[in-house]
Unconditional design. Structure first.
Length: 122
């Protein structure tokens, strides 16, 4: 279940829009088991930096606890399910609930995996 207390504790206050997107993303019937849900997603060097929620593995030091900032491993592929982008990394599937304002979508479109997706569709 969504626990937003840590998000404000770590200085990351989420807007109502972001919280609604995370909740809506959690309710979507995905084809595969989802590892975690990402808010404020920003993409750097084929990885994603975001605030994570409902991660299936909290980690030994609780680094994947709700509201914590994470950096994913290398993104191998992306695909869309419903309204949400799903990122496939080496061992995980993440759902992008929201992008970082002004930069998130722009950096997403520069991902190698997104470029491969565009060439398959065209």
């Amino acid at each position: 279940m969504l626990d937003t207390r840590d998000a404000s504790h770590h200085g990351r206050r989420l807007s109502d829009f972001q919280l609604k997107r995370i909740i809506y993303a959690q309710d979507w019937p995905y084809d595969s088991s989802i590892t975690g849900y990402l808010s404020d997603a920003l993409f750097v060097g084929n990885t994603c930096i975001a605030i994570v929620f409902d991660h299936s593995r909290k980690g030994p030091r609780e680094q994947f606890k709700d509201g914590h900032m994470i950096r994913t491993s290398h993104i191998l592929s992306v695909h869309k399910e419903g309204r949400f982008w799903v990122l496939t990394t080496l061992n995980s599937l993440y759902v992008v609930a929201s992008f970082k304002r002004q930069l998130g979508r722009r950096t997403f479109k520069k991902l190698d995996a997104f470029e491969r997706l565009k060439t398959r569709v065209e």
